[in-house]
Every structure is written in structure tokens, then in C-alpha cells.
Design a protein around this ligand. Sequence first.
Ligand code: GLN
Length: 215
Amino acid sequence: MGVTTADTSRKRPRVGILALQGDVREHARSIVASGGDPVSIRRPQELTDIDGLVLPGGESTTIDKLSRIFEIAEPIREKIANGLPVYGSCAGMILLSNEIADPATDQEGNPQQSFGGLDVTVRRNAFGRQVDSFETELDFAQLSTSEPVHAVFIRAPWLERVGHNVETLADVRINGSTHAVAVRTHHLLATSFHPEVTGELRVHELFIRMIRGEA
Ligand code: GLN
């Protein structure tokens, strides 16, 4: 028998992807390529048998609304509080934030809600109307290699406040001020941008390492 690496000797973690709206398929592809088994999550009972959860990019107001209709918002809050590793990209970052600086309101005037977990304040569509979408190279800490990440921002949020227990992994400097666009805690990871659409695997690999307790 040859040498067995950690990757082949351990079972692949089961990673749920909240599949109410957004770029679920792109995350599923990235999870497979990073060594996990993706599983679509729509109902509360599907949360019981997963090792981690991805909140995809999309429209946070829609995901918020559907998650309450499907009665999965509260179970997700409980899972986060109990330490389930969760990665949110873009809309997913908004959903992981404890505070939304400029919450959208529905037709009755009720502000959108988040699941929370990250002690941060997020601003939606922060980069402004002129730059709806842009791409840049980002220095990103804790990845497997130090090459910059080619980051695609699409009507992206940024973080206006980052709590003491939250670590900034990447930031952008715009018009003289710096804003966090990737953060983590022990078990939560969030990015303003979409590694799942560019074939950048190192962010998902970091998440898989977090699930395995290796990062
Ligand atoms: N602007 C969107 C929101 O508020 C996020 C955009 C995205 O996920 N690409 O949910």
C-alpha cells in the first residue's frame, strides 16, 4: 500500500447549499472541486445531516423572504449559534451579518432580516451605481497560496464595521477609505465577491479546511 493522504483517507464533508435562490449550482461545483459533497437545502429537516452550509450569492431580500416562508430561517440561526460552519458569498455575506446598514423594506415597510452570526455591519450595493460590477486582484490571507484572488464584485456589499472577534482576510481601498470584503470567525466565513463564478477554488478550500477543523 502506498502513502495515504489526509484527503483520501477522510470522508468528504457534506456541505449544504441553501437552495432558495441564487447561484447554487456554481457553489455546488466549487464544493465538489474543493473536496466536499454538496447537498441542496430547502427544508429545516435537511439541515440535520450536514457538516457545513453555504449561503449563495443572489438577492438577499428574496432569500430572506423565502427562508421565512419555508420556516428555515430560525433553524439556520440555531445552527449558526451552535457552531455549524457557514460560508456566505455576497448576498450570503449580508445574510450572515448581525447588522444591515441600509436594509431594504418590503411593501408593508418591514425591513429585511438577516440570519446573523457575524458581528459586523454590512452595507448593501455599497460600491455605488456607477460601478455595479467590477473585477480586481485582492490579497487574501489564509489561502493555500499567496497569489492574489481575481475577485468579481456584482452589486456587492462591503463591511462598514468589523467586530473585535471577526478577522479581516481581504479589503479594498476606494476613494481613500478601506472596506473589508472578506472576513472570518472560528466557524463563519464571508466574502463580498463570488469565487464560485471565476473558478477560484482557494476560498472554498479554506471553508472545507474550516469544516475539518484544520483552519
Ligand atoms: N445586492 C445583492 C443583495 O442585496 C447581492 C448581490 C449578489 O449577491 N451578487 O442581496
